[in-house]
Ligand binder design. Structure first.
Ligand code: KG4
Ligand code: ZN
Length: 348
């Protein structure tokens, strides 16, 4: 039996340290994620300096575990793929420098990967037959971006983040209401449990007619609703009142309405074969339900990665690195991290 081509993926762009081993671009042999959620929870958001220090502690053990679970040694590796941007500079540098040192010591090539291209590819790990052309919505703590792609490697940004990213707005509204960090999963659960329609929110309008996403208006609307209706944040007892539940239900509905409004209008205009989603917010159960319903109505296939591949992970970086390497791309060992690395051309 010939030895598989083994890629080690490393991801450290924000607050998760992750390493994965992928065989022949198709077989995921391990995908280890060390979450820093508990470290940042008291602050209600990611603290960049704490994140980079924690990555330094985590990176060695996480890579060792990824190799061990995959049942391989360092010397078996053929390629190192690492997130080069976008993300937090201190966090990116930990993964990038670790990957460079490994590639140098093992005398194997390095491929720097765009984190967004990783999210874009994550559904392909489980559904390799997804058909192009497609629309891809990436919604996370740092991004709300909608891409159109005609074929592998082509990306056109249709709508980007105007202010707060979708996940950031979940986290900020949760913080305002005294709910734990990260806010997305908690709001998802509370909204699911609440039977009523929730407090109504109006969709924000961007005055220049742009289709970019804007969520900071919804955060302000949530604050105004708290003041108007006299809604107190969750106190020390942790008991969650009915008005808090009604508020998060209405807020989540408004976020989903905005996301799917953009997806629907571009889907009708561009008639893709598939719609795919990635990033932490795409774990949202109501977003998944409504997306599936809408795409069934439009006759478009719709794919979501399973939760471990939806949030930040190194499997998607290994997969993307493998694809880029097959196209002949490698990254020199003096390459730097790029906090604002963009993906694809802009829509005009
Ligand atoms: O992709 P991710 O793990 O990291 C970033 O690249 O940001 O996304 C984290 C974000 C957080 O803002 C979190 O609140 C949100 O994803 N999130 C959710 C859900 N699960 C995680 N938002 C809504 N519903 C969820 N079920
Ligand atoms: Zn991400």
């Amino acid at each position: 039996m010939t030895k598989p081509f083994l890629v080690l993926g490393i991801e450290s762009s924000c607050d998760d340290t992750s390493a994965a081993v992928l065989g022949d671009g198709t077989r995921l042999l391990s995908n280890i994620v060390s979450s820093q959620e508990a470290l940042h929870a008291p602050f209600g958001g990611v603290v960049p300096e704490l994140a980079s220090r924690q990555h330094i502690r985590n990176i060695g053990p996480v890579v060792s575990e990824a190799l061990q679970v995959a049942g391989i040694n360092l010397s078996d590796l053929d390629l190192v793929a690492v997130t080069r941007g976008p993300g937090l500079i201190g966090s990116l540098l930990v993964g990038l420098n670790y990957a460079k040192a490994l590639a140098y010591a093992l005398r194997i090539p390095l491929v720097g990967v765009n984190h967004l291209e990783g999210h874009f590819h994550s559904p392909f790990l489980e559904y390799p037959t997804i058909e192009y052309p497609l629309l891809c919505l990436i919604v996370s703590g740092g991004h709300s971006s909608l891409y159109h792609s005609l074929q592998a490697g082509h990306y056109r940004l249709l709508a980007g983040t105007r202010d707060d990213a979708a996940g950031e707005s979940f986290d900020k509204v949760a913080k305002m209401l005294g709910l734990p960090y990260p806010g997305g999963p908690v709001i998802d659960r509370l909204a699911r449990e609440y039977a009523g329609a929730g407090i109504p929110f109006n969709l924000p309008k961007i005055s220049d007619g742009s289709l970019d996403f804007s969520f900071s208006g919804l955060k302000t609307a949530a604050l105004q609703a708290m003041q108007r209706e006299g809604i107190a944040p969750v106190g020390k007892t942790g008991e969650i009142s009915e008005p808090v539940r009604a508020l998060v239900k209405g807020f989540q509905a408004a976020v989903i309405r905005q996301l799917l409004h953009r997806v629907e209008s571009f889907a009708r205009q561009l008639a893709p074969r598939s719609v795919i989603m990635g990033g932490g917010v795409s774990c949202n159960s109501e977003l998944r339900r409504q997306s599936r319903e809408l795409m069934a109505e439009l006759g478009i296939a719709c794919y979501f990665p399973s939760p471990p591949l939806t949030t930040d992970n190194a499997a998607m970086i290994a997969y993307t690195g493998y694809k880029l390497h097959r196209l002949g791309r490698t990254t020199p060992l003096d390459a730097n991290a790029d906090t604002n690395l963009a993906l694809g051309e802009e829509f005009s």
